[in-house]
Design a protein around this ligand. Structure first.
Ligand SMILES: NC(=O)c1ccc[n+]([C@@H]2O[C@H](COP(=O)([O-])OP(=O)(O)OC[C@H]3O[C@@H](n4cnc5c(N)ncnc54)[C@H](O)[C@@H]3O)[C@@H](O)[C@H]2O)c1
Ligand SMILES: [Zn+2]
Ligand SMILES: [Zn+2]
Length: 393
């Protein structure tokens, strides 16, 4: 089959690789009909290179049709399914509490990390990902979400990651009618977080340096701001000087405007892998501009909810402000299936209230994935979300 493979820093290519096969009794093989590029893939593209191996198949936002199942799978060939990005057993102590990203069966103990994830480096189990014609799905009786036949892929695809990620971010932010929420970062996750905040009745402000991303969020009713020195003062002014009840950081480790940490990121890409791994595992490497801005902005007693991914072990944090302002901090990979029941009716609502069909700016054949990665990373051509099409039209 054809698959998008990681080859090196900022270097991905589409290659012919062996088709996946059933390895365990509960496996299924999916023929991929849509697979998206995520902001998280950009971390593999650039920063997490010490944990990647040439030839790794990436991608974790996938849907398609079941073509083959192991003897214990509850799926049937022909079914249309969305594949959540975490791989979980559904039976362990963590899974039974809805913490599927901490699954005790698939945890990657070698690296001290949580549940295995599709296409997400050695840190998360080196499981082949979904930017390919076919995907092997372990624990196929647990994760996959069966969906109907009538609506297009774009309605359902984002149930694999960014829609529940944004939902979890807003739930963790704990905002409702009349509350004030600021979303830092208006990539695909931030767009959905802002829309969900508005949908749940919160007043939403949002910050991003890219004009077309601000324009899209403004269209849904968010008050938007460019990243500039006094942006937090402006937002505070609009909240009686107090600051919003909650701030969502949908930016993560590659925030613009963090000159000191920029060096660490450059170093990570240049060091031999073993030294790069050491730096990540022991050093402070994240670009913390958005997180530090969130700490400054949130009101006293408020909540910061992180969906942006961070990766360093010793990042400097403003403990005085966190403690003195009595800030609650919630974060983590998304426990995707915990939110499916709440999200499915919204996704299938004819009015499409969260605008699932109003996010994708580019749909391109899988063969053009390398150009698409470059475009998405550099935010060229108005790119906000890319879906790859593995099936030749
Ligand atoms: N927790 C999870 O389960 C989960 C799931 C999906 C994505 N993520 C993470 O969420 C983050 C966002 O993902 P995405 O797909 O929307 O990616 P993205 O890279 O498109 O979005 C990041 C956005 O942040 C903006 N930005 C950069 N620096 C900023 C700053 N200083 N202030 C304000 N905005 C700034 C960028 O312009 C961009 O629009 C990434 O870190 C990704 O890894 C986490
Ligand atoms: Zn993702
Ligand atoms: Zn489990």
């Amino acid at each position: 089959m054809r698959a998008l493979t990681w080859q090196g820093k900022r270097n991905v290519s589409v290659e012919t690789v062996p088709d996946p096969t059933i390895l365990e009794a509960d496996d299924a093989i999916i023929e991929v009909t849509s697979t998206a590029i995520c902001g998280s893939d950009l971390h593999l593209y650039e920063v997490l290179t010490p944990f990647m191996d040439a030839g790794d198949i990436i991608g974790h936002e996938t849907m398609g049709r079941v073509v083959e199942v192991g003897p214990e799978s509850r799926l049937t060939p022909g079914e249309r399914v969305v594949i959540p990005f975490p791989i979980s057993c559904g039976r362990c102590w963590m899974c039974s509490r809805g913490l599927t990203t901490q699954c005790e069966t698939t945890q990657v103990r070698e690296h001290g990390t949580g549940a295995a994830l599709f296409g997400y480096s050695r840190l998360y189990g080196s499981v082949p990902g979904g930017q390919a014609e076919y995907l092997r799905v372990p624990y196929s009786s647990v994760g996959p979400i069966r969906v109907g036949e009538e609506l297009p892929d774009h309605r359902y695809l984002f149930l694999s990651d960014i829609l529940p990620t944004a939902w979890q971010a807003v739930r963790y932010a704990d905002v409702g009618p009349g509350d004030r929420l600021t979303v830092y970062g208006l990539g695909p996750v931030g767009q959905f977080a802002a829309r969900i905040g508005l949908h749940l009745g919160a007043e939403v402000t949002a910050v991003d340096p890219v004009p077309e991303r601000r324009a899209l969020a403004a269209r849904y009713g968010a008050r938007v701001f460019d990243v500039q020195d006094d942006v937090n003062d402006e937002i505070r002014d609009a909240t009686e000087g107090r600051g919003p009840d909650a701030v969502i950081d949908a930016v993560g480790m590659e925030a613009h405007g963090s000159p000191a940490a920029h060096f660490a990121h450059q170093a990570l890409g240049l060091l031999p892998d073993a030294l790069g791994r050491k730096l990540l595992e022991t050093g402070g490497v994240d670009r913390l501009a958005a997180l530090h801005a969130a700490v400054d902005l949130v009101r006293r007693g408020g909540t910061i909810s992180l969906s942006g991914v961070y990766g360093g072990q010793a990042d400097p944090m403003p403990m005085l402000s966190l403690f003195d302002k009595q800030i609650q901090l919630r974060m983590g990979q998304c426990n995707v299936t915990s939110w499916t029941e709440e999200l499915l009716p919204l996704v299938e609502d004819p009015a499409d209230p969260l605008g699932t069909e109003d996010l994708v700016t580019h749909r391109v054949p899988l063969e053009q994935a390398p150009e698409a990665y470059d475009m998405f990373q550099k935010k060229l051509d108005g790119c906000i979300k890319v879906v790859l099409d593995p099936v030749a039209p």
